[in-house]
Design a protein around this ligand. Structure first.
Ligand code: NAG
Ligand code: NAG
Ligand code: NAG
Ligand code: NAG
Ligand code: NAG
Ligand code: NAG
Length: 775
């Protein structure tokens, strides 16, 4: 439906850029009702800034995870929650353009998500936020629920479209944008950049080596180590309200066997950063947060009796109870710290390298296999073999650099806000080659190196990276699905076509043909929104081309201090973009470069047009082909959650196994406390902005939430009981080093629906109390 709307809009012509922009800021002023445009800028901020953040954790049971295309990787709990984090910037004058940048703890952006978000924004704000000035970018975690993309290739292993995954993401983006919009205030933006040590290595170094030696000689490394950070400060209060940074490393610290929802290393970095910020400005607690009274008033009795405070399972409660039990309550006052993805294509966080699991030796350099078997070659994170530790370490490395950059960010950004956006049909873009030759992009296709997977998650079908042949068996199987056209086979060379996704339309399109590209400008920062994963060198070439184009056409407006960052996996998803030279080797990234050997060149050519338009102040004709809205043709084969009642005589929220107190003793820091509750399926209600699990601490006579399912130290795990007929919720808590000694208990929240049309019933239960001591 939106596709049509956008086309209609195209036909009547878009409002001129300046008109749109003026409208933009004025609406911002009136809608927010808090912006004082009269505030004299006392050498302070030049911008209106707003940030927002909203829970987008999808179904934590029974849903395939997005990223590894591993059909067996099904959600069964939460390590920590996923969020959509947004910043909006506008010129302080109230007369300039604005844009919104959204960072999602998701595998990638999705065209259908973008379309629906834009529809909702249109209903709320008219023409204020459109495809032109909204960027929605994925962190590339491989540990979030799948089923929210509209093209067949991306929903095969998820057994189709999953409405609940989709709705959670769309709503979170809308809410976070709205929060950012409502909070727009005069502020300053600071920029800083620095290197992150050892948070990524090249996982296809043999492909990188295909790039010309003189080009490689310009760089110290075969990955980009630079992080670029923006810091947002409210001028009236002098308080920081948020920080966003861009740095390239894959969200594959968690493996293809993990079943807990997780933001992977970038989500972890964001959690650490936001918590670090909160701890630096913690207000003196005068009134403790609302909590349950336990009805015992004598503290010394309490301490003696701690172990006698018994489990209080099986209480009914309301949905909002789980929100009141959140540790970080989203009232719009929270600091937003976001870790955004960049040219991540060939960068793995598994920095110890890839080794053969049988021999322990390094894998074949060109093929990333061991004696011809790709499954044996697996990358190791710094916490190997503990993937949670790897996630933590890679998250901390990014977090620490971000803190340094944040603390030393003194350069205030000045200058224009601007943007350009265009949709392109990538099936057939003509590009100029050297020597007056002409090349073309091709319909989308995947090669066998795609099916081989990577050292972060090898594929199961016997292919190897670098395969340039397909055997007769697979060819016949492929032809049953779709025999590639001769044109396609020639066009894609040297990639052998395993899946001609750009020529497959049954039951609906397998791959995108229409892709958005976008440039956002904030003073000397240029953000390039790309709908995929550029390899390191591909990203460098694109950044360089855009920078040169802006400078050479900008009539002095742009200088050599332009900082160009790539925002990866933004607005839609079309897999990888390798360089022409890397393409020749047909490793995973090249085999997943959909539109043939000249894909990168087409991006560079089209981005240069946008850059030129920006530099010269021209607007862009956006009448281009709008991407389709395939929501009405999506298929879904995922079953709804089973409504298992509790066993006879037991209520939801009762304990199955009370907390595993070491006999008569207390838990020490570093111990793992756990308990299991009779529960129901977490898909009945996602408890958005709430929690399934809480560790409560006794303060005075009140139970106060200390850790919830958004904390790195707390695990909420769903499973079935031994009889496969009842649901269980296991809560596990690794008592962190900074936990205050005291009396604690575990609490679980859940919900249940007897039938599809029954009302949702909410329940809670608590474990017995237990002591935590220092050592
Ligand atoms: C918190 O308490 C300390 C010590 O009493 C005081 O110095 C500080 O100003 C207080 N901070 C706030 C935000 O009230
Ligand atoms: C609390 O309990 C202790 C130990 O039983 C007792 O000595 C003390 O008087 C009690 N305090 C109050 C305020 O009841
Ligand atoms: C990898 O492939 C390149 C290009 O085909 C070749 O020159 C090189 O010798 C190979 N390296 C190894 C270690 O096999
Ligand atoms: C994209 O281009 C191809 C090749 O020119 C054409 O067949 C196709 O219809 C175009 N798709 C759209 C949606 O315009
Ligand atoms: C924009 O492009 C469309 C299609 O290419 C063309 O028909 C139209 O005239 C152009 N509009 C402007 C204002 O250039
Ligand atoms: C809880 O921890 C104990 C001891 O570490 C362990 O034996 C038990 O299996 C754990 N239970 C669960 C549900 O994880």
């Amino acid at each position: 439906m939106l596709g049509k709307t956008m086309r209609d809009k195209g036909q009547i012509g878009r409002p001129h850029m300046a008109t749109l922009a003026l409208f933009c800021a004025l609406v911002a002023g009136t809608a927010a009702g808090v912006i004082t445009f009269a505030t004299a800028s006392d050498g302070g901020g030049n911008y209106l800034i707003g940030v927002g953040s909203y829970d987008m954790t999808g179904p934590a049971e029974g849903v395939n995870m997005m990223g590894y295309a591993n059909i067996q990787q099904i959600t069964a709990g939460i390590h920590f929650r996923l969020r959509a984090r947004t910043f909006i910037v506008a010129e302080e004058s109230g007369k300039g353009p604005c844009f919104a940048f959204v960072n999602l703890d998701a595998g990638m952006a999705s065209q259908l998500v973008t379309i629906k978000v834009l529809e909702r924004l249109k209903a709320r704000y008219g023409d204020l936020y459109t495809e032109e000035n909204v960027a929605i970018s994925g962190t590339h975690t491989h540990a979030g629920p799948a089923g929210y993309l509209q093209y067949v290739v991306y929903s095969v292993t998820s057994l189709g479209f999953i409405q609940q995954s989709f709705d959670a993401i769309v709503t979170a983006i809308e809410q976070s944008i709205s929060q950012a919009h409502e909070s727009l205030k005069v502020g300053s933006i600071f920029i800083n950049q620095g290197d992150v040590e050892n948070a990524g290595i090249n996982r296809s170094p043999s492909a990188y080596l295909m790039n010309p030696a003189d080009e490689r000689a310009q760089y110290a490394n075969d990955v980009d180590t630079q992080m670029t950070l923006l810091k947002f400060v409210n001028d009236a209060s002098g308080k920081s309200i948020g920080a966003f940074n861009w740095f390239a490393t894959h969200g594959t610290s968690m493996s293809k066997d993990n079943t807990l929802i997780s933001g992977d290393n970038k989500g972890a970095a964001a959690r650490f950063f936001e918590d670090w910020f909160a701890s630096t400005v913690k207000p003196n607690s005068s009134s403790p947060p609302a909590a349950d009274s336990i009805g015992i008033s004598n503290q010394s009795i309490l301490e003696e009796k701690a172990q006698e405070i018994k489990a209080t399972g099986g209480q009914p409660c309301s949905r909002t109870s789980s929100q009141r039990s959140k540790v970080r309550k989203n009232d719009g006052s929270l600091f937003t710290g976001a870790f955004c993805q960049s040219n991540v294509g060939d960068v793995t966080p598994n920095v110890l390298g890839a080794f053969c699991i049988d021999s322990g030796k390094p894998c074949d350099f060109n093929r990333s296999s061991c004696h011809g078997n790709d499954l044996l070659c697996v990358g190791r994170g710094p916490g190997y073999p503990d993937e949670i530790r790897s996630t933590k370490i890679i998250g901390e490395r990014q977090f620490k650099t971000a803190v340094d950059l944040f603390n030393s960010a003194h350069e205030r950004i000045n200058g224009k806000i601007d943007y350009r956006h265009v949709y392109l049909n990538f099936t057939d873009i003509e590009v100029e080659l050297e020597g007056n030759q002409v090349g073309r992009t091709c319909p989308a296709a995947l090669g066998p190196g795609f099916a081989a997977g990577t050292t972060d998650g090898p594929g199961a079908f016997g292919f190897q990276q670098g395969d340039t042949e397909i055997n007769i068996f697979w060819k016949q199987l492929r032809d049953l699905l779709k025999k590639p056209s001769q044109y396609q086979e020639t066009c894609q060379q040297p990639k052998p076509v395993l899946l001609s996704t750009g020529e497959m339309f049954e039951p609906y399109a397998w791959a995108p043909t229409i892709l958005p590209i976008q440039i956002l400008r904030l003073g000397r920062l240029i953000i390039l929104s790309v709908p995929g994963e550029f390899t390191t060198m591909a990203g460098r070439r694109l950044r360089k081309a855009v920078k040169e184009t802006l400078i050479s056409n900008g009539n002095g407006e742009f200088g050599d201090d332009l900082q160009v960052v790539i925002a990866g996996l933004t607005n839609t998803y079309s897999q990888y973009i390798a360089t022409f030279e890397e393409y020749a080797q047909q490793r995973y990234e090249a085999a997943s470069t959909l539109y043939g050997p000249h894909t990168l060149l087409a991006y560079i050519q089209e981005f240069k047009k946008l850059a030129k338009a920006m530099a010269t102040g021209e607007s862009i004709n956006t009448t281009g082909p709008a991407p389709p809205d395939l929501s009405s043709v999506q298929k879904s084969f995922v079953l709804p959650p089973f409504a298992h009642p509790p066993p006879p005589g037991i209520k939801f929220g009762d304990m199955k196994e009370d907390v595993n107190l070491p006999a008569g003793k207390s838990f020490k820091k570093g111990d793992r406390a756990n308990a299991t509750f009779w529960s129901a399926n977490p898909r009945f209600d996602l408890l958005t902005e709430g929690t399934f699990a809480v560790i409560e601490r006794l303060e005075g006579e009140r139970w106060v939430p200390a850790y919830d399912d958004d904390d790195f130290c707390l695990y909420f795990k769903w499973k079935l009981d031994e009889t496969y007929s009842h649901d269980l919720a296991a809560i596990e808590w690794e008592v962190p080093e900074d936990a205050s000694p005291g009396i604690y208990r575990m609490r679980h929240f859940g919900s249940f629906k007897k039938t599809k049309d029954s009302p949702t019933e909410y329940f809670t239960g608590a474990s017995s109390a237990f002591n935590v001591v220092d050592k």
